[in-house]
Design a protein around this ligand. Sequence first.
Ligand code: NIG
Ligand code: FE
Length: 421
Amino acid sequence: MLITGASQLLTLRGAGPRRGATLAELGIVKDGALLVRDGLIAAVGTRAKIGALPEAATAEKLDLAGRVMLPGFVDSHTHLIHAASRAEEYELKIAGASYEEIARKGEGILNSVKKLRAATADALKQRARRALSQFAAHGTTTIEAKSGYGLDVASELKILRLQKELAAEQPLDIVSTFLGAHVVPAEYRGTPAGVKKYIALLAETLIPQIAKEKLAEFCDVFCDRGAFTREQSKQILEAGKRHGLTPRVHAEQLTRTGAAQLGVKLGAASCDHLEQINSSDIAALSMSPTVATLLPGCDFHLGLNHYAPARKLIDAGAIVALATDYNPGTSPTVSMPMILSLACSQLRMRPAEAIAAATINAAYSLRRDQHIGSLGVGKFADLAVFEVADYREIPYYFGVNTCWMTIKRGVVVYAANKTTI
Ligand code: NIG
Ligand code: FE
């Protein structure tokens, strides 16, 4: 396929993850074109250059008529599989209840756990499929997906097996993370011995089983007040590492626990949230290959005014990524464009920085930057086309979906509906 007519083709070319000033370098080709062969990028450059290649003459043609094309978004933090929304809590929060107060009453994550355990695999799959098609409709071509609403052996395995099935049945890539350490489930709560027993179940039963069945690549922990302590998190992440699961951490979201520096020490692929980090955490992240993944959808949805210090992280040289954190409790959105809007207006990231954070840096955090996150010869033809003439209009327009087409490994997986007016 020969794709021409991109007013701006954002290649994100250049080596590896982006830090500091390089985060804003998008490698823009004006009047850009792309040749796709067998799902991979065969050539990329200007229309004049690519159109003159011998293969271009016989290729199927797609003219973007001046729209903007970029790598498909890589959403590196989602809780894809859950049974239902928590709209009732949304209203309680608006009336003044805090996220933690709701959790302490046995609602919050535990509410989602109850509902997931009661749901059939079919119902969970159907809901996830609808979400996946919405991810695609907003320009996302790869997602990370965490378990964590099962919290017993059968339910956690059910979630991860469903993710594997979904990965095989539909075009988007799904990268699995085990989050058995989301919170301590009700049946183990109340005594230190119970908590210890749950951690042993994760470390000695679930993690080995998941590794054996190759159901996940990463192991995540929610290290925070009301969830797991730094010590407990370390124990769980180390057990994951022993079985080949790379750590990721929900770090410093509600309170500062030292989780970010723990993540750095353990070689975590990413530390996510980071609303409560201090200058020593910023220094540690900036000197490490651990990605600082920011999730501004949470603060927006919860109505909190404590966004992560993105500018300080970028200016210190940390590898910053952005993700939706799609989940029913704190960030019910699949829209990376909305996350870019929040990154620009609330985190003060430049549009170019936000795009690199949502593509190449996110791909790096999933250990897939060799294949996705930028447009170069040999990489996957994972593409998002937006109905705009300037890439800055992607975050600029908010609350509307300007995604015009999404292509996964050379196949069109979303094309904007034709309206009749
Ligand atoms: O990333 N913080 C922990 N986990 C999720 C929220 C999960 C929930 O409330 O259901 C998050 O924000
Ligand atoms: Fe999360």
